[in-house]
Write a protein that binds this ligand. Structure first.
Ligand code: ATP
Ligand code: MG
Length: 596
C-alpha cells in the first residue's frame, strides 16, 4: 500500500479523550476513531491487525477440531426468557441492548450466545453418538457497559471469539476445557504477549471451573495474586489465602468498655491497646434480589481483613431461594443514607455487635424482617475478642462465641491480599500483579441445557441434559492489550505476528528521483515476495515520515537515503532501533530472514 493513497491521518497531540497509553497511541497513529461512547471504527490499519489476530485464533481453534460458524446477532427474547436471563440482562444489569421490532417482538443484540447455541443444540443433537461438539464464531458483540472506557478495552461494540462445547460426560468436557487451555496459551504466545492464566470466579453459575487469561500490564483493571513458583495464580475475586494468625487476646473477662468516638478499628485498637486481629468488625450490606426483596446482611469479619464482595455475592445468590428470589440484582454497603429507608432508629455504626437487634428493621414493604448474619472464617476461631456493644461509644472486650454471641453461619468471605500465605503451601507468599483479561474459559455444566431442555440420549437410553463448556476471547481487547504491553516514547512496537504490515519503505525526499526509484523497486520486490509493505511516498519532510513510522510501529523501516549512493539502504528495527546498512539487492532476503 502506498501511503500517498491511504486514508491515514496521524495526530501530533495526545487526544484528550484517552487515558491509557495504548488508547492514545491507537488514536494518534490512525488505527481507530471514536464515533460515540464505547464505539470505535476500526480504520484499515486496525482492521489488518484484527484480521491477523483472528487468523491466529482461527488456526489454533481449528487445530483442536472446533468448527467455525456464525450465529445471529439479533436474538429473540423468548430464548433468553427460557434461560431466565432476559430480565436480568435487559433490565436489572441492563447490559443487553433490547428493542422491539415492527411486529412487536422483543429482540436483543447479542452480548454473548449461550441461548442461541443451546437452542441449536437442542434442535440438532439427539444422541451421545453425535457428541462431543464444539462450535465457535468470531463476531461483534454488543454490551451496554456501565463505564465504557479505555478505547477497545471496554467497548460497547467489540469483537469476540466465543466457542461453546457440548458433551455427554463431565470427563469429555474437561478434555475440551484442557484443549482450550493449551490452544489459548499458543494463541497468546504467537501474538507475543506476556500473560498469566489464573483461577477465576465462576460467579453464580457455579460450574466446576473457570480460568482467565490475563495480559500482564500495570494499566489492567484486574488484580491477580500469585506465588513466585507459579504453582498458584488467581484473580483476586476468586483467590484464597491463609491470613496472618491472630494475636492472642489479653482480655480474659467479658465487659463493656467506654470507647468514645472510637468507631474505627484503628482508633479503638489504639485506645484498648489491642491488635486488629482480635477485633470482630461488622459490615452491613444490603442485597436486592430479582423478585424485589431487599435483605440486610450483617457480615462479621476480623478487624484486619476486608470483605470480598464477589464471594459475598456468590453466597447471597446461594441463599436467594430463602427469600423467594433467583438472582442478586444489586449488592452494596448499607450506608447511612440507605439506612434511613428501613432503620427504625439510628444504627450505632462503628459500634455494631454480631447480634444487632432485628427490631432495628422497620416494617417496610419489600424488606426482609431479619438480618442475614454471616461470619467469615477469620472470626470463627477468635476467643476473648473485642467487638461493638450495639451502643454508640461502647465496645465489649473478652467476648466469646456461644457464650456472649451466637456464631452466625460461617463462610469464606475474606479478601485475599499480597503478603498472605498460600493455602496449598504456607511457605509461599502471595504477590500481586495487574492484568487485562483477554480470555475466559469456563466449564458451564448443565445450567443452560437444563433450563432450555437441551437433552441427548445416552448409551443406556436415558435422556440427560447436555454438559456444556464456553470459551471467550476478546479479539479487539487483545489488540489494544498488545499495544499496552509494547510501546516506547515514540509509539507502538508491534510484534511481527500481528503488525498491520511488516515493512515500511520510507523515501526521505520524493523529489529525489534516485531515492524514489529505489523505493519503487523495493516496494515491487517486497510485494512480489509476499512481504507486507507500506511505501511512504508522501510529499512530506523526512522528519515527519520518520516520526510517523515510529508511531505506527511497523517492525522494519527501510530508508532509501544517502546510502543508496553506495548501493545500500538503511534498515531499522523498530523494537531495538538498531540500524543496519544492507545492499539494495539483498533487502528482500535480509527481511525474509528477519521475519521468519
Ligand atoms: P469483564 O470482566 O472485563 O467485563 P467479562 O467477564 O464480561 O469481562 P466475558 O463475558 O467472559 O467477559 O467475555 C469474554 C471476553 O470478551 C473477555 O475475556 C474480554 O476479553 C472480552 N470482553 C468482554 N467485555 C468486553 C468489552 N466491553 N470490550 C471489549 N472486550 C470485552
Ligand atoms: Mg463484562
Amino acid at each position: 500500500m502506498r501511503l500517498s493513497q491511504m486514508l491515514w491521518v496521524t495526530l501530533r497531540e495526545d487526544p484528550a479523550e484517552a487515558e491509557l497509553t495504548s488508547h492514545k497511541l491507537l488514536l494518534r497513529a490512525g488505527y481507530i476513531r471514536r464515533v460515540g461512547a464505547g464505539l470505535y471504527v476500526y480504520l484499515p490499519l486496525m482492521w489488518r491487525v484484527l484480521q491477523k489476530i483472528s487468523a491466529i485464533v482461527r488456526e489454533e481453534m481449528n487445530d483442536t477440531g472446533a468448527q467455525e460458524c456464525l450465529l445471529t446477532q439479533l436474538q429473540p427474547a423468548e430464548l433468553w426468557q427460557e434461560s431466565g436471563r432476559w430480565d436480568t440482562y435487559t433490565k436489572a444489569e441492563g447490559i443487553m441492548f433490547a428493542l422491539t421490532d415492527r411486529a412487536n417482538r422483543e429482540v436483543g443484540l447479542g452480548p454473548t450466545h449461550e441461548e442461541i447455541i443451546t437452542a441449536i443444540a437442542r434442535d440438532t443433537i439427539r444422541s451421545y453418538r453425535q457428541l462431543p461438539q464444539h462450535l465457535y464464531q468470531i463476531q461483534t458483540k454488543f454490551r451496554d457497559e456501565i463505564r465504557p472506557r479505555f478505547g477497545l478495552m471496554r467497548g460497547r461494540e467489540f469483537i469476540m471469539k466465543d466457542g461453546y462445547s457440548f458433551h455427554s460426560t463431565e470427563e469429555s468436557l474437561k478434555e475440551t476445557y484442557y484443549d482450550m487451555d493449551r490452544a489459548y496459551r499458543k494463541m497468546f504466545d504467537r501474538c507475543g504477549l506476556k500473560f498469566r492464566a489464573v483461577e477465576a470466579d465462576s460467579g453464580a453459575i457455579g460450574g466446576s471451573g473457570s480460568q482467565e487469561f490475563m495480559v500482564l500490564a500495570e494499566a489492567g483493571e484486574d488484580d491477580i495474586l500469585f506465588t513466585e513458583d507459579s504453582s498458584y495464580a488467581a484473580n483476586v475475586e476468586k483467590a484464597v489465602s491463609l491470613p496472618p494468625d491472630a494475636v492472642v487476646s489479653s482480655f480474659d473477662k467479658f465487659e463493656k468498655v467506654h470507647t468514645p468516638k472510637k468507631g474505627t478499628i484503628e482508633t479503638v485498637c489504639k485506645l484498648l491497646k489491642c491488635d486488629p486481629t482480635q477485633v470482630v468488625k461488622q459490615v452491613l450490606y444490603q442485597v436486592v434480589y430479582d423478585n424485589g426483596t431487599t435483605v440486610l446482611v450483617l457480615v462479621s469479619i476480623r478487624g484486619d481483613r476486608d470483605v470480598n464482595e464477589v464471594k459475598l455475592q456468590n453466597e447471597l445468590t446461594k441463599q436467594a431461594s430463602n427469600y423467594g428470589g433467583k438472582a442478586v440484582i444489586n449488592l452494596q454497603v448499607a450506608d447511612p443514607e440507605s439506612q434511613q429507608k428501613w432503620a427504625h432508629s439510628k444504627i450505632p455504626v462503628g459500634f455494631i455487635a454480631p447480634d444487632l437487634d432485628d427490631s432495628y428493621i422497620d416494617n417496610v414493604k419489600g424488606f426482609a424482617p431479619k438480618f442475614l448474619r454471616l461470619a467469615d472464617r477469620t472470626v470463627a476461631e477468635l476467643e476473648n475478642f473485642v467487638t461493638g456493644a450495639n451502643e454508640a461509644d461502647y465496645h465489649v472486650v473478652g467476648a466469646n462465641w456461644g457464650k456472649d454471641f451466637p456464631l452466625p453461619t460461617v463462610v469464606n468471605l475474606d479478601k485475599a491480599k499480597a503478603s498472605d500465605r498460600a493455602v496449598h503451601d504456607p511457605s509461599q507468599i502471595l504477590q500481586t500483579a495487574r492484568g487485562i483479561e483477554v480470555g475466559h474459559i469456563f466449564q458451564l455444566g448443565t445450567k443452560y441445557s437444563q433450563a432450555m431442555k437441551a437433552t441427548f440420549t445416552n448409551e443406556q437410553g436415558e435422556e440427560l441434559p447436555l454438559v456444556m463448556g464456553c470459551y471467550g476471547l476478546g479479539v479487539s481487547r487483545l489488540a489494544q492489550a498488545a499495544v499496552e504491553q509494547s510501546y516506547d516514547k515514540d509509539g507502538i512496537i508491534w510484534n511481527k505476528a500481528i503488525a498491520p504490515y511488516h515493512v515500511i519503505v520510507t523515501v526521505p525526499n520524493v523529489g529525489d528521483t534516485k531515492q524514489m526509484e529505489v523505493g519503487e523497486k523495493l516496494y515491487t520486490e517486497l510485494n512480489a515476495a509476499k512481504i507486507e509493505v507500506l511505501l511512504d511516498d508522501r510529499d512530506e519532510r523526512a522528519g515527519v515520515k520518520f516520526k510517523d513510522a515510529d508511531l505506527v510501529g511497523i517492525p522494519y523501516r527501510v530508508v532509501t537515503g544517502k546510502a543508496i549512493a553506495d548501493g545500500k539502504v538503511e534498515i531499522v528495527n523498530r523494537a531495538t532501533k538498531v540500524a543496519t546498512l544492507v545492499e539494495i539487492e539483498s533487502v528482500v532476503e535480509y527481511l525474509q530472514n528477519e521475519l521468519k
